[in-house]
Ligand binder design. Structure first.
Ligand code: G
Ligand code: G
Ligand code: MN
Ligand code: NA
Length: 250
C-alpha cells in the first residue's frame, strides 16, 4: 500500500507536526492545558487526518516511533509555556504493548526538563480491554513517573464504570457525542450530569469535549464539569498560536 510506504518515510522526512488544542477551566475561565494532536503534511495528498493514518500506524507498528516523536515534541513545546499549562498526549493500544513506553516517556520528561505533573497521557478504554494485567502495570509505572492519566472518549466503550474502579484516573474526558446533543436531548444532559458527579466523588477532573456553542458551554457549566475543550474555545492550532491565546487572556 502506497500510504503505508509513505508513512514509513514520514518521520525521517519531518512531515509530522503537532497542533495543540487548549482546555479551559470553568471556575477560573483560564486555559489550563492543551491536547497535542498530530498532523501529517503529505507532499502530494496535503494534510492527512490522524483518523486515517493512526490506525495504519497501529497495524504496522509504526505507532511506536511516531508516538515517541509525539511525546518528545510535546514535552519540548510545553516547557516553553507558563507552568500553569499542562500538555496531553494521546496513546493508542499498540503503544502499550511496547516494552519501551515507560522508558521513552521518562526520557522525554528528563531531556525536556518538563515537570512530570505537567504531562498527561490520554488513553481510551481499548487500552484496558486488552491484556488487562500487563496494561494496568504499565499504567501504574507511568503514574509513578509523576504524570497524570486521563480516560479519553469516556462513555463510548463497554463497562466504563469498571475501569474507574480498576485504575485511578486523574481526569475523565466526556466524549463529544454527548456534548453534541446536550442542547436537544435530555438523556445527554442526564449522562453528562452523572459523569460530572462521578468525577467529583472520585476526585477526578471532568472535561467536556467538542464544545462548539455558547449554549452547550452554559449547560456543561450547570451540570458541574470542571473543564471544557472544543472549537468554541479554539481549534487545534500550531504551538506559537497557543502563546498568542495566552497573551490575549492576560
Ligand atoms: O485531531 P483529530 O480530531 O483529527 O484526531 C483524530 C483522532 O486521532 C483522535 O481520535 C485523536 O485522539 C487521534 N490522534 C491525534 N493525535 C494523535 C497522536 O499523537 N497519537 C495517537 N495515538 N492518536 C492521535
Ligand atoms: O479522540 P480524541 O478525543 O483524542 O480526538 C480529539 C479530536 O476531536 C481531534 O481530532 C479534534 O480535532 C476534534 N475536536 C476538537 N474539538 C472539537 C469540536 O469542538 N468539534 C468537533 N466536531 N471536533 C472537535
Ligand atoms: Mn484525546
Ligand atoms: Na476524546
Amino acid at each position: 500500500r502506497e500510504l503505508e510506504l509513505d508513512l514509513r518515510k514520514a518521520l525521517a522526512l519531518r512531515q509530522f507536526e503537532l497542533h495543540f488544542q487548549p482546555q479551559m477551566n470553568l471556575s477560573t475561565d483560564r486555559l489550563v492545558g492543551c491536547e497535542a494532536l498530530i498532523r501529517w503534511r503529505h507532499p502530494t495528498r496535503g494534510m492527512v487526518s490522524p483518523a486515517e493514518f493512526i490506525p495504519l500506524a497501529e497495524e504496522t507498528g509504526l505507532i511506536v516511533p511516531i508516538g515517541e516523536w509525539v511525546v518528545r515534541t510535546a514535552c519540548r513545546e510545553a516547557v516553553l509555556w507558563p507552568e500553569s499549562l499542562s500538555v496531553a498526549v494521546n496513546l493508542s493500544p499498540a503503544q502499550f504493548k511496547s516494552r519501551k513506553l515507560v522508558e521513552v516517556v521518562a526520557s522525554a520528561l528528563s531531556s525536556s526538563g518538563l515537570a512530570p505533573r505537567r504531562l498527561e497521557l490520554e488513553i481510551t478504554e481499548g487500552v484496558l480491554l486488552q491484556e488487562n494485567e500487563a496494561n494496568l502495570a504499565t499504567l501504574h509505572a507511568l503514574r509513578d513517573l509523576g504524570l497524570r492519566i486521563s480516560m479519553d472518549d469516556f462513555g463510548t466503550g463497554y463497562s466504563s464504570l469498571n475501569y474507574l474502579r480498576s485504575f485511578p484516573f486523574d481526569k475523565i474526558k466526556i466524549d463529544r457525542s454527548f456534548v453534541a446533543d446536550i442542547s436537544t436531548k435530555p438523556d445527554c444532559v442526564a449522562i453528562i450530569r452523572a459523569i460530572a458527579s462521578l468525577g467529583l466523588s472520585f476526585g477526578m477532573t471532568t472535561v467536556a469535549e467538542g464544545v462548539e456553542t455558547a449554549d452547550q458551554m452554559r449547560r456543561i457549566r450547570d451540570e458541574g464539569c470542571t473543564d471544557v475543550q472544543g472549537y468554541l474555545i479554539s481549534r487545534p492550532v500550531p504551538a506559537p498560536d497557543i502563546l498568542r491565546l495566552l497573551d490575549r487572556q492576560g
